[in-house]
Design a protein around this ligand. Sequence first.
Ligand SMILES: Nc1ncnc2c1ncn2[C@@H]1O[C@H](COP(=O)(O)OP(=O)(O)OP(=O)(O)O)[C@@H](O)[C@H]1O
Length: 952
Amino acid sequence: MPTGARLPVLPLPHPLILLPTARLTIPISRTLADSLLAILDDSEAGQPVLAAIPVPVPTEPNTNDIANINVLLEAPTTANTPPTHGVSARVVRLVRPRTLTSPGSPRQPYLLSLHGLTRIRLVQALDLDSATFDSLPQHTVTYPSTDTTPSRETIDAFKDAALRLLDRLAKDSVQTQRKNDWLKVASMIEDLSDQRAAWMSDVLVAAVTGQYADKLEFLATADVEDRLRLATELFIKQLSISEVSKKIASAVDESLSRQQKEYFLRQQLAAIQRELHSLHNTSGGQPGSPGGAGFGTGSSISELDDDEQADADDLADLRKKIEAFGAGSEERKVGVREWRRLKRIPQGSVENGVIRTYLEWLTSIPWPSISTPPTTARDALKDPGFLARARAQLDADHYGLDQIKRRLIEYLAVVRLHAMADEASSVQSHFPPNPASAEPQQHLIKASPEWFDSDRAVVSLSTESAVSRPSLTPVEPPKAPLPKRKAGVKGPILLFVGPPGTGKTSLGQSIAKALDRPFQRISLGGVRDEAEIRGHRRTYVASGPGMIVQALRKAGRKDPIILLDEIDKVGHSNFHGDPSAALLEVLDPEQNHSFNDHYINVPVDLSQVLFICTSNTLETISAPLLDRCEVVELSGYTYDEKLHIARRFLLPKQIQANGLSESQLTLRDDALLHIATIYTREAGVRSLERAIGAVVRFKAVEWAEHFDAVANVGKDHKEWHGVVEEHELEKILGVPRWDSEEREREEKRGVVYGLVVTGMGEGGILPVESTAVPGAGRLKLTGSLGDVIKESGEIALSWVKTHAFDLGITAGRGIDPLKVPDSIDIHLHLPAGAQKKDGPSAGIAMTCALVSLLSGATTPKDIAMTGEITLRGRVTPVGGIRMKVLGAHRAQIRKVILPWANRKDVEHDVAPEIRREMQFCFVRTIDEALEAAFGQGTLGWRRETVLLESRL
Ligand SMILES: Nc1ncnc2c1ncn2[C@@H]1O[C@H](COP(=O)(O)OP(=O)(O)OP(=O)(O)O)[C@@H](O)[C@H]1O
């Protein structure tokens, strides 16, 4: 064709483009078709040629559309320059398809097929403003020269890139036909002559390049060398695109297929379980039996089968609970944050489980920000008859303990007053001075659900608020003030101290009943790890909250009674932290409104909780902990009290527990007392309860046998005897444990009885034995003795040596009784060597034992003593008098020798009936103690002694 020919120009709207060698079929309007037909009529050759000029529209790639990687990779090169490049195209077909015509349609679309021939260039660019796609204006075109031969390297690079791309396309093709086509083209390229390389580049670029801008640039590149280079670049680009796309597709495929697989497996599992269930129900089951026809015929599916539904319900429940948290509260923020993380992490993953468990804990704590209906505890405190009811409750649950009950009533009165004062101040704060100030709070609560997922946030916000633009960032409401510590909501923290089984725990339960609050008991015995109280941090595997939060969750209310049991047995600072320091935080009203549990990691308010502590002894409790508590001592019961407790509480409880009725079984008082004295010698009543339980069980068996025999008429049966006598006890409970000790106790030279308090807080007697062995005047002390008690032994020996002449042991002053007449060693032993013993209170007993050994005088076997001695012979006071006296009374001791300074303890703390039954000797000096122990005139005193014996 001659250069500078005029051709009708067909503008191709974006994104249509026709490359040389390619074919293109496009719909055209009737007007355009008419123009074409006119040209066809004029044309001599039959197939007219047009200039097909692509008209680009400037487009910005949408960077948000990450799904379409081709769009991202396409450069925004389609600038606003007037189009000049195009292709001469032969009109191959012009048809009017029937399917496209519709009656009454103003435009009758035609289909025009074009075949690209060669590159052309318009001499004068198309005027974009006046260009219409309905006319074929005549333009002068030029044909760029294509004669140059490309270089060897360019052709080789082109072929190499083309072959690699074709290879990839063949591999990626799913259809065999298409794969074969690509392979055929590849073999053509291998045999391609250099002259045909430019033609082949047109063919391939038209076939494989998807991007408009690339095609446009390729169309505009007339020079053969440049064109081949550009084609090479495009092939490489296409290759990397297809590789990246493939990688992404396979990654998506993989994750999808894993999820689908899991889903299908779960579905199959559920189906199999359903089948098994129905099989089980329809076969073999007896009508009316579980699993039989009466229970379900297979159509009813247990709620346990449908775990997916249950799972969804649980999640919905969780969400509801988080929504119930007060707006702006710390727990709500953490809950929302963790909820979002939960939604992001795939179900079934370990992390998902961890977050879910955390959220379950978080939502199960009774947070103060959750609005709850007014609690009955508050109502109980408001009731004017509250104190009377509390007193009645304590009396109904416990016998005796009058002083303690009085103290508890005082305590409850204080709690009530504080609660009422608190109520009054909160009523005031519920009425804000300006009603307008309450309004924003309402909006906050209304808008709260959209915190949960951002997509929901967009929807709900855009529908509700037409004015403000929706944003993806959650709307943070203004911070609601954290609940302030309510000053002194409760009274002091009570600490019940006493031996086991004296009713410490059950007193705590009675207080909870009186206050109508839930009761939780935390056993601190053996707690060595701070994390048991504070919880483990969430980074630990299988971490969880500490005991305090667990108790709060179980109680389900923010104001339960929590009993910290055996606080004396909690561990102190070690490499697992300091549990007692953690307890300090729990018990300190200044700190416990924001207790920090490591697992929950949101401050927990414990200021409404009433803590009560129990302990067997005060010695092992750390001073700061003790400082926070008010000590209430329960020393133990007398036999008389035990008898009452047994009759009124323990026996009826055991009778009921063992399926009998009170009319069927009677335990006489003498039998009960026998159990208390001979079988169970303890300060509390726990063993007594156990022993009574054993007797009741024995009788329950007898009753059952009797009942069976009566029902089985004709068979001989024993008579039923519903009264338990004292003499029957040995048959039921075996040989008495304490009886033998009493009998074995003897009046012997060198042996006296001291009074002790065990580590469990229980009083009792302990023999102090001494014997003389040949030796060199040394003192040997055995029986697991601590330093202080050993020193007491040495002080006692020094005192006896000094006063040996006055006591008539030696013939002259300055003679060592351990050397003259014979050289001896003294061995002092305190039995029960497995138990550690320490303290100064055995001073008197050791002195008496040494005097007895050296003088030959003995003390009666029903005398016991306690008191510290000094080198000058003074007797100084000791602790635990109440428990020691009670222990001595239990051990059938009739006379106790005590330091004078402990007189007030006996007067105040010892029950009157014990004071009546026992003789008390209060002594100021060792001389007085010796006279009280050995009896007046027994020792051969060489000087006048003053005996001050006082009886109560
Ligand atoms: N004064 C009492 N009146 C009636 N029952 C009592 C009395 N004291 C104790 N009990 C009963 O004795 C049993 C043991 O009491 P509890 O468990 O409270 O002892 P504790 O002092 O807490 O012992 P531990 O130190 O071993 O925990 C309970 O069944 C309790 O009801």
